[in-house]
Design a binder for this molecule. Structure first.
Ligand code: ADP
Ligand code: MG
Length: 255
Protein backbone atom coordinates (compact mmCIF):
# COMPACT_ATOMS: atom_id res chain seq x y z
CA UNK A 1 0.00 0.00 0.00
CA UNK A 2 2.76 2.43 0.97
CA UNK A 3 6.45 2.18 0.33
CA UNK A 4 8.91 4.75 1.64
CA UNK A 5 12.30 4.43 -0.02
CA UNK A 6 15.42 5.82 1.66
CA UNK A 7 13.65 9.04 2.44
CA UNK A 8 15.68 11.92 3.84
CA UNK A 9 14.23 15.26 4.89
CA UNK A 10 16.54 18.11 5.79
CA UNK A 11 15.58 21.55 7.06
CA UNK A 12 18.66 23.69 6.59
CA UNK A 13 21.27 21.94 8.71
CA UNK A 14 18.74 19.78 10.57
CA UNK A 15 18.35 16.23 9.30
CA UNK A 16 14.81 15.54 10.53
CA UNK A 17 14.57 12.13 8.83
CA UNK A 18 17.60 10.18 7.67
CA UNK A 19 17.23 7.46 4.98
CA UNK A 20 13.97 6.10 6.33
CA UNK A 21 12.50 3.10 4.52
CA UNK A 22 9.20 1.42 5.31
CA UNK A 23 6.76 -0.91 3.65
CA UNK A 24 3.13 -1.00 4.74
CA UNK A 25 0.85 -3.76 3.48
CA UNK A 26 -2.80 -3.39 2.57
CA UNK A 27 -5.04 -3.75 5.64
CA UNK A 28 -2.35 -3.39 8.28
CA UNK A 29 -2.28 -1.12 11.30
CA UNK A 30 1.33 0.04 11.58
CA UNK A 31 2.81 2.21 14.31
CA UNK A 32 5.51 4.87 14.20
CA UNK A 33 7.04 5.72 17.57
CA UNK A 34 10.04 7.56 18.95
CA UNK A 35 10.93 10.38 21.34
CA UNK A 36 9.86 13.98 20.71
CA UNK A 37 11.70 15.46 17.75
CA UNK A 38 12.52 12.02 16.32
CA UNK A 39 11.04 12.95 12.93
CA UNK A 40 7.69 11.14 13.09
CA UNK A 41 5.45 14.02 12.02
CA UNK A 42 7.96 14.89 9.31
CA UNK A 43 7.47 11.39 7.84
CA UNK A 44 3.71 12.08 7.70
CA UNK A 45 4.32 15.53 6.21
CA UNK A 46 6.37 14.03 3.39
CA UNK A 47 3.87 11.21 2.75
CA UNK A 48 0.98 13.71 2.53
CA UNK A 49 2.85 16.18 0.34
CA UNK A 50 3.45 18.99 2.83
CA UNK A 51 7.17 18.62 2.07
CA UNK A 52 9.07 17.25 -0.89
CA UNK A 53 11.75 14.91 0.45
CA UNK A 54 15.37 16.01 0.12
CA UNK A 55 16.26 12.50 -1.03
CA UNK A 56 14.40 9.27 -1.71
CA UNK A 57 10.74 8.89 -2.55
CA UNK A 58 7.35 7.57 -1.49
CA UNK A 59 5.26 5.14 -3.51
CA UNK A 60 1.55 4.62 -3.01
CA UNK A 61 0.11 1.43 -4.40
CA UNK A 62 -3.56 1.04 -3.62
CA UNK A 63 -4.40 -1.49 -6.32
CA UNK A 64 -1.30 -2.90 -7.97
CA UNK A 65 -0.74 0.36 -9.86
CA UNK A 66 1.99 2.15 -7.99
CA UNK A 67 2.55 5.87 -8.17
CA UNK A 68 5.44 7.90 -6.84
CA UNK A 69 3.51 10.42 -4.75
CA UNK A 70 6.34 12.33 -3.10
CA UNK A 71 6.53 15.80 -4.62
CA UNK A 72 2.85 15.83 -5.65
CA UNK A 73 0.57 18.51 -4.22
CA UNK A 74 -1.23 17.57 -0.97
CA UNK A 75 -4.68 17.70 -2.62
CA UNK A 76 -3.50 15.37 -5.41
CA UNK A 77 -2.20 12.90 -2.84
CA UNK A 78 -5.45 13.11 -0.89
CA UNK A 79 -7.42 12.42 -4.08
CA UNK A 80 -5.38 9.27 -4.65
CA UNK A 81 -6.61 8.09 -1.23
CA UNK A 82 -4.15 9.23 1.45
CA UNK A 83 -5.64 11.27 4.28
CA UNK A 84 -4.48 12.28 7.74
CA UNK A 85 -5.29 13.90 11.04
CA UNK A 86 -3.01 16.35 12.83
CA UNK A 87 -1.06 16.26 16.07
CA UNK A 88 -2.70 19.58 16.94
CA UNK A 89 -6.39 19.26 16.12
CA UNK A 90 -7.37 21.32 13.08
CA UNK A 91 -11.11 21.74 12.90
CA UNK A 92 -13.29 24.59 11.62
CA UNK A 93 -14.09 25.55 15.19
CA UNK A 94 -17.01 27.89 14.49
CA UNK A 95 -18.74 25.48 12.10
CA UNK A 96 -21.09 22.73 13.16
CA UNK A 97 -19.91 19.19 13.68
CA UNK A 98 -21.91 18.15 10.59
CA UNK A 99 -20.38 20.86 8.38
CA UNK A 100 -16.88 19.88 9.41
CA UNK A 101 -17.46 16.41 7.97
CA UNK A 102 -19.38 17.79 4.96
CA UNK A 103 -16.32 19.86 4.05
CA UNK A 104 -14.17 16.72 3.98
CA UNK A 105 -16.26 15.22 1.21
CA UNK A 106 -15.73 18.25 -1.07
CA UNK A 107 -12.56 16.57 -2.24
CA UNK A 108 -14.82 14.16 -4.18
CA UNK A 109 -17.23 16.79 -5.50
CA UNK A 110 -18.01 16.13 -9.16
CA UNK A 111 -20.13 19.20 -9.93
CA UNK A 112 -18.25 22.14 -11.34
CA UNK A 113 -18.02 25.61 -9.87
CA UNK A 114 -20.81 27.10 -11.99
CA UNK A 115 -23.33 24.47 -11.01
CA UNK A 116 -22.49 25.04 -7.37
CA UNK A 117 -22.71 28.84 -7.62
CA UNK A 118 -26.08 28.66 -9.35
CA UNK A 119 -27.18 25.74 -7.22
CA UNK A 120 -28.15 23.71 -10.28
CA UNK A 121 -30.05 20.45 -9.69
CA UNK A 122 -26.93 18.35 -10.26
CA UNK A 123 -25.18 20.23 -7.47
CA UNK A 124 -28.16 20.16 -5.12
CA UNK A 125 -28.38 16.44 -5.62
CA UNK A 126 -24.72 15.94 -4.88
CA UNK A 127 -24.87 18.23 -1.87
CA UNK A 128 -27.74 16.21 -0.45
CA UNK A 129 -25.74 13.01 -0.89
CA UNK A 130 -22.71 14.58 0.77
CA UNK A 131 -24.79 15.57 3.79
CA UNK A 132 -26.24 12.09 3.93
CA UNK A 133 -22.76 10.65 3.92
CA UNK A 134 -21.63 13.12 6.61
CA UNK A 135 -24.51 12.05 8.85
CA UNK A 136 -23.67 8.40 8.25
CA UNK A 137 -20.04 8.99 9.21
CA UNK A 138 -21.08 10.87 12.35
CA UNK A 139 -23.20 7.91 13.37
CA UNK A 140 -20.21 5.64 12.80
CA UNK A 141 -17.92 7.73 15.00
CA UNK A 142 -20.62 8.22 17.65
CA UNK A 143 -21.15 11.95 17.13
CA UNK A 144 -24.57 12.01 15.46
CA UNK A 145 -26.30 13.48 18.53
CA UNK A 146 -23.81 16.37 18.51
CA UNK A 147 -24.16 17.08 14.76
CA UNK A 148 -25.56 20.62 15.19
CA UNK A 149 -23.16 21.74 17.89
CA UNK A 150 -20.16 23.89 17.07
CA UNK A 151 -16.94 21.95 16.79
CA UNK A 152 -15.16 23.91 19.52
CA UNK A 153 -17.83 23.03 22.08
CA UNK A 154 -17.00 19.32 21.93
CA UNK A 155 -14.74 17.79 24.56
CA UNK A 156 -11.26 16.91 23.41
CA UNK A 157 -11.78 13.20 22.75
CA UNK A 158 -14.79 13.93 20.56
CA UNK A 159 -12.91 16.59 18.60
CA UNK A 160 -10.30 13.96 17.78
CA UNK A 161 -13.01 11.59 16.55
CA UNK A 162 -14.57 14.41 14.53
CA UNK A 163 -11.24 15.00 12.83
CA UNK A 164 -11.13 11.31 11.94
CA UNK A 165 -14.70 11.50 10.58
CA UNK A 166 -13.69 14.42 8.38
CA UNK A 167 -10.72 12.43 7.10
CA UNK A 168 -13.04 9.48 6.36
CA UNK A 169 -15.27 11.78 4.29
CA UNK A 170 -12.47 11.99 1.73
CA UNK A 171 -12.75 8.20 1.13
CA UNK A 172 -9.16 7.36 2.07
CA UNK A 173 -7.52 4.01 1.53
CA UNK A 174 -4.59 4.92 3.75
CA UNK A 175 -5.33 6.87 6.93
CA UNK A 176 -2.48 8.54 8.84
CA UNK A 177 -3.22 9.39 12.48
CA UNK A 178 -0.76 11.73 14.24
CA UNK A 179 -1.08 11.11 18.00
CA UNK A 180 -4.83 10.45 18.05
CA UNK A 181 -4.82 9.68 21.80
CA UNK A 182 -2.92 12.84 22.78
CA UNK A 183 -4.71 14.57 25.64
CA UNK A 184 -7.18 11.74 26.14
CA UNK A 185 -7.98 10.24 29.54
CA UNK A 186 -7.57 6.45 30.06
CA UNK A 187 -11.22 5.70 29.25
CA UNK A 188 -11.17 7.79 26.04
CA UNK A 189 -7.89 6.10 25.10
CA UNK A 190 -9.42 2.68 25.62
CA UNK A 191 -12.45 3.65 23.51
CA UNK A 192 -10.21 5.02 20.78
CA UNK A 193 -8.46 1.66 20.38
CA UNK A 194 -11.74 -0.13 19.73
CA UNK A 195 -12.83 2.71 17.49
CA UNK A 196 -9.72 2.53 15.28
CA UNK A 197 -10.22 -1.21 14.84
CA UNK A 198 -13.87 -0.66 13.92
CA UNK A 199 -13.28 2.00 11.27
CA UNK A 200 -10.47 -0.05 9.77
CA UNK A 201 -12.89 -2.93 9.17
CA UNK A 202 -15.88 -0.81 8.19
CA UNK A 203 -14.01 1.36 5.67
CA UNK A 204 -11.44 -1.18 4.56
CA UNK A 205 -8.51 0.99 5.63
CA UNK A 206 -4.81 0.68 6.05
CA UNK A 207 -3.70 2.71 9.08
CA UNK A 208 -0.36 4.33 9.84
CA UNK A 209 -0.31 5.69 13.37
CA UNK A 210 1.99 7.90 15.46
CA UNK A 211 1.32 7.53 19.16
CA UNK A 212 2.96 8.06 22.54
CA UNK A 213 0.46 5.95 24.50
CA UNK A 214 2.27 2.63 24.53
CA UNK A 215 -0.87 0.65 25.37
CA UNK A 216 -2.43 1.91 22.12
CA UNK A 217 0.60 1.14 19.98
CA UNK A 218 1.27 -2.26 21.51
CA UNK A 219 -2.44 -3.09 21.60
CA UNK A 220 -3.47 -2.43 18.01
CA UNK A 221 -0.37 -2.31 15.79
CA UNK A 222 0.83 -5.42 13.99
CA UNK A 223 4.14 -3.79 13.19
CA UNK A 224 6.02 -0.86 14.60
CA UNK A 225 8.80 1.37 13.32
CA UNK A 226 10.96 3.20 15.84
CA UNK A 227 12.65 6.48 14.96
CA UNK A 228 15.33 8.19 17.03
CA UNK A 229 16.98 11.41 15.83
CA UNK A 230 15.59 10.75 12.33
CA UNK A 231 17.08 7.27 12.13
CA UNK A 232 15.09 4.05 12.22
CA UNK A 233 16.56 2.05 15.09
CA UNK A 234 14.10 -0.86 15.11
CA UNK A 235 11.25 -2.47 13.23
CA UNK A 236 9.14 -5.41 14.34
CA UNK A 237 6.02 -6.65 16.07
CA UNK A 238 5.06 -5.28 19.52
CA UNK A 239 6.87 -8.07 21.34
CA UNK A 240 10.10 -7.56 19.42
CA UNK A 241 9.95 -3.79 19.93
CA UNK A 242 9.34 -4.07 23.67
CA UNK A 243 12.39 -6.28 24.15
CA UNK A 244 14.70 -4.35 21.80
CA UNK A 245 17.54 -2.86 23.80
CA UNK A 246 18.07 0.15 21.55
CA UNK A 247 14.40 1.00 21.82
CA UNK A 248 14.38 0.67 25.59
CA UNK A 249 17.43 2.88 25.76
CA UNK A 250 16.18 5.52 23.33
CA UNK A 251 12.59 5.65 24.32
CA UNK A 252 10.90 3.30 26.72
CA UNK A 253 13.69 3.67 29.29
CA UNK A 254 13.06 7.42 29.39
CA UNK A 255 9.40 6.87 30.24
N1 ADP B 1 9.34 22.92 8.95
C1 ADP B 1 10.42 22.68 9.70
N2 ADP B 1 11.47 23.52 9.67
C2 ADP B 1 12.56 23.27 10.42
N3 ADP B 1 12.70 22.21 11.23
C3 ADP B 1 11.69 21.35 11.30
C4 ADP B 1 10.49 21.51 10.53
N4 ADP B 1 9.66 20.48 10.81
C5 ADP B 1 10.30 19.71 11.68
N5 ADP B 1 11.51 20.21 11.98
C6 ADP B 1 12.50 19.63 12.89
O1 ADP B 1 12.65 18.26 12.55
C7 ADP B 1 12.80 17.48 13.72
C8 ADP B 1 11.71 16.41 13.76
O2 ADP B 1 10.45 17.03 14.04
P1 ADP B 1 9.10 16.23 14.03
O3 ADP B 1 8.99 15.47 12.77
O4 ADP B 1 8.01 17.19 14.32
O5 ADP B 1 9.31 15.24 15.26
P2 ADP B 1 8.27 14.31 16.05
O6 ADP B 1 6.94 14.38 15.35
O7 ADP B 1 8.88 12.96 16.07
O8 ADP B 1 8.19 14.89 17.44
C9 ADP B 1 12.78 18.42 14.90
O9 ADP B 1 14.11 18.73 15.23
C10 ADP B 1 12.06 19.63 14.34
O10 ADP B 1 12.44 20.79 15.00
MG1 MG C 1 5.06 14.94 15.98
Amino acid sequence: MLKINDMTMKFGGVVAVNKFSANIENGQIVGLIGPNGAGKTTVFNVVTGVYKPTEGNVEFNPNETGYVISGLRPDKIAKLGVCRTFQNIRLFKELSVLDNVFIGSHLRLKSNLLSSIFKLPSYNNEERQMYEKARYLLEKVGLYEERNEKAFSLPYGKQRRLEIARALATDPKLLLLDEPAAGMNPQETQDLMGFIGNIKEEFDLTIFLIEHHMEVVMGICERIFVLDHGIMIAEGNPQEIQSDERVIEAYLGVE
